[in-house]
Every structure is written in C-alpha cells, then in structure tokens.
Ligand binder design. Sequence first.
Ligand SMILES: [Fe+2]
Ligand SMILES: [Fe+2]
Length: 231
Amino acid sequence: MPQLAAEQEIDFKSEEYKDAYSRINAIVIEGEQEAHENYIRLAQLLPEHQDALIRLSKMESRHKKGFEACGRNLEVLPDLEFAQKFFAGLHQNFQTAAVEGKVVTCLLIQSLIIECFAIAAYNIYIPVADDFARKITEGVVKDEYSHLNFGEVWLKEHFEESKAELEEANRQNLPIVWKMLNEVADDAQTLAMEKDALVEDFMIQYGEALSNIGFTTRDIMRLSAYGLTAA
Ligand SMILES: [Fe+2]
Ligand SMILES: [Fe+2]
C-alpha cells in the first residue's frame, strides 16, 4: 500500500538507503546538469529568447548545487558515472536535434520530457524525503513548473508548424522515459517512491503540457502513453 510507505519510519542513515541514494541523487544532479547545458544550447538556437533561457540555465545550475548538498548531508557519494549512462539516450537525441537545428525536438526533450520527469520525481520524493532534502526539493519544483511553462508557451505559439515534429520527437523519446523509470524503480522503491506513482504523475504533467500546447484529448491519450506497454 503506497500510503503506508510515506508513514513508515525511513532510516536515512541505513546502508541500503544510502546505496540507493547514491544513484538517485546522482540522477538528479546529472538531470539538473543536463538541463543547465540544454538551456544554454537552446539560447543559441532561439537568440530572441536568449536572456530568458540563460536565466533558466542558471536556475538549473543552482538546483544542481542544492541536490549536491542533499547528498553531502546524508554522507552519500553520488554515482555520476551511472547517472550519465542513465541520461545517455535523451542526451544523445538532444545533441543530434540541436546540431540539425530542430528547436521543436530540443524543446520537447528538455522543456517537456525532462521538466515533467523532474516534476514527477520531485513531487513523489517530497513526502518521503529527509527534512533537509525536502526543503531544497520544494524550492526546486516550483522553478521546474515555470520552466515547463516556457516550453508550453513557445510550442503553443508555433503549434501548427511544430505538430508533425512534436509527434515524431514524442515517438522517439517517450519510450526512453519508460525505460528510465524502469531502470530506477528498485532504487526509488528503497526511498519509498512508488514506480506507479512516478508514472502517473509524469503522465499527468506531460498530458497537461500537451493540452496547453494545443493537442486534443484524443491526441494526448495517444501521445502520452506512447511505448508505455512495451516498457
Ligand atoms: Fe532544475
Ligand atoms: Fe527545469
């Protein structure tokens, strides 16, 4: 029963918890680093939004520092090598799209997928986090909603000409998200974060984002669950 997990006394100092945290904390740190770099790249691709995007990139860098402090607080060394491999699929697809000047694909990967993934993970983590990490994560998640909003607004304004590329980018990248959620499920469970809750929260955030951009309910059902059954 998921609600019991949150009420259980979690031993943040146990070896089991710290071992799982070394990977989860690294994923979060690497995710914030990816986001930082991706917004700098997006600022080059969208020079008319350069100031806003550089501001977002700096926020991501602050988030990274916050989560590094969370690891230090629990005396955990983040397994960054693991985390880089974890993000390799989305990282590669973003780089390829950026080289090809595919702004829509870059925005889908960073502003929708990575932001929604972060929001879902942070929402599920907050109730079961240690006090120090909870305060940090609560501050961060508020920022992530504003980042998601940047992508939504841009894609909404360019909806008609972006639609086909969004469909293709979704097809290419959403199955990677389900794979990532599977890879992290056991460690997340050790932190009292349920995989089903993560999937559900991600789909809610992502579905709302697609709706704000202009997709119909029918489109959203199809897009937001793409590749889920294969996961
Ligand atoms: Fe962030
Ligand atoms: Fe963000």
